[in-house]
Design a protein around this ligand. Structure first.
Ligand code: ZN
Length: 341
């Protein structure tokens, strides 16, 4: 079993002062993976920046031109109050998108069985024509399109367990029946999208599955959702590749949200996703980092993913669990009704 480990030392270069999406996130993960001997057991890759051709698989020419112009003239762009393009942001964001492309190459060329992409800035809020929510280029959408266009993969399932709805990813594939987008997210919460009746349009009708969860739910509710919804979606869709938007901000101790997953709960979800990949697509699964703003729980959670991808039974949860809501049956029944599961 070979696990590709994709990261780049320059991922620390985009640094907005006092911003939760900060270089310390990378450093904490690198340190833990090194100290626990996990990086040594994986096959390391250093990605190249995504080219215009790669970015244009998802983003509009106008958006790339807007960024290029800002770079040339040396000014920043404030897309939103907390999504700012600094001079070093564009190249870092290209490198970040390159991480996903590198993972697809490693899997499709048979060099690795699965992959862990430790990257920033994250991607799942970025839409075709704009940055948004700390995200500049939609890394997972670009990697998905790249797998389809370069390697002829027909069906990709994206599971997004970041606590925020992956509005950008949803938007990019909304009318597409070759990409199944499944998201669990806290609701209400930023960015406000991801209602359970948002199910896709045109050819893509039924290929977006939103599971908007009220604050306070934890391990039991998420485990139920995976068992009763996500497994069934995978069985129906039969993915050839599974991609994960892995955000650790649904952990109970994350400063940006109010869900109550523990690291043991996250480990259960990761194990389920890896089992799905084994069952449906010869183990082909790529975990790509999105959010997670408590660096201790983030690093430990990523360490647990590395263990799981390497086939270990080991996981660590030194932080424990809090009591959580488990009245999730109504929501599950509604989602199953909407999607005929
Ligand atoms: Zn998030």
């Amino acid at each position: 079993m070979t696990t590709a480990y994709i990261t780049h030392p320059d991922y620390v270069h985009h640094d907005i002062p006092n911003h939760p999406e900060r270089p310390a996130r990378m450093k904490a993960i690198w340190k833990l993976l090194d100290e626990e001997g996990l990086s040594a057991r994986m096959k390391a890759y250093t990605p190249s920046p995504a080219t215009d051709e790669h970015l244009l698989m998802v983003h509009t020419p106008d958006y790339l031109a807007e960024i290029a112009q800002a770079q040339k003239e040396g000014y920043g762009i404030r897309f939103t109050v907390d999504t700012i393009l600094l001079p070093e942001t564009a190249i870092t964001a290209r490198l970040s998108a390159g991480g996903g492309i590198c993972a697809v190459d490693a899997l499709m060329q048979g060099e690795a069985n699965n992959a862990l992409v430790i990257t920033r800035p994250p991607g799942h809020h970025a839409v075709a024509n704009s940055a948004m929510g700390f995200c500049y280029f939609n890394n997972i959408a670009i990697a998905t399109r790249y797998a389809q266009q370069v390697y002829g993969i027909e069906r990709v399932m994206i599971v997004d367990y970041d606590v925020h709805h992956g509005n950008g990813t949803q938007d990019i594939f909304y009318d597409d029946n070759t990409v199944m987008f499944v998201s669990t997210h806290q609701s209400p919460l930023y960015p406000g999208t991801g209602g359970l009746n948002e199910t896709g349009e045109g050819k893509g009708k039924g290929y977006t599955v939103n599971i908007p969860i009220p604050a306070g739910h934890g391990d039991t509710s998420y485990a139920q959702i995976y068992e009763r919804i996500i497994w069934k979606v995978a069985e129906k869709f039969m993915p050839q590749l599974i991609m994960i938007s892995a955000g650790f901000d649904a952990h109970w101790d994350d400063p940006l949200a109010s869900m109550r997953l523990s690291l043991a709960g996250y480990h259960h979800l990761d194990s389920q996703l890896i089992r799905m990949a084994q069952q449906f697509c010869m183990g082909k699964i790529i975990f790509m980092l999105e959010g997670g703003y408590n660096t201790d729980t983030l690093a430990r959670g990523i360490g647990n993913i590395a263990h799981a991808l390497l086939g270990d039974d080991t996981y660590h949860d030194p932080f424990g669990a809090l009591d959580a809501r488990d009245d999730i049956n109504n929501l599950i029944e509604k989602v199953c009704q909407v999607h005929d599961l």
